[in-house]
Design a protein around this ligand. Structure first.
Ligand SMILES: [Zn+2]
Length: 109
């Protein structure tokens, strides 16, 4: 006596119920293509203006050159802003101090 009845296909046990939210954990997704630290500022390397113009020695009498490395109030701008190299930044610093002493530039600031 054979009961060869075709059994209905057994539904495979679902790992998750259908209404469950999908696993969304993509912390390392394809974002920030340039990597951190890029895109906020222009990624351009500043070159020392005095080196570009082949000015070997900054003279304190060239006040118009020295003043371009200072603010209007007489504060010296940092190398990060001006992009001057260490050699020229030192010469500018000396020239500014001489010019302040000669009252060609202002101390205030
Ligand atoms: Zn330089």
């Amino acid at each position: 006596m054979e009961n060869n009845e075709t059994t209905p296909p057994v539904q495979p046990a679902a790992p998750r119920p259908a209404g469950a939210p999908p696993m969304h954990r993509e912390s390392s997704g394809p974002r920030r293509p340039g990597g951190p630290g890029r895109g906020r500022f222009a990624p351009r390397r500043k070159v020392c203006r005095l080196c570009a113009e082949h000015i070997d020695l900054v003279d304190y009498k060239q006040a118009q050159i020295v003043k371009t490395f200072c603010t209007d109030t007489g504060k010296m701008l940092s190398r990060r802003i001006t992009g001057a190299c260490a050699k020229h930044q030192r010469q500018i610093m000396r020239a500014v101090k001489i010019n302040r002493n000669l009252s060609l530039m202002s101390y205030s600031g």
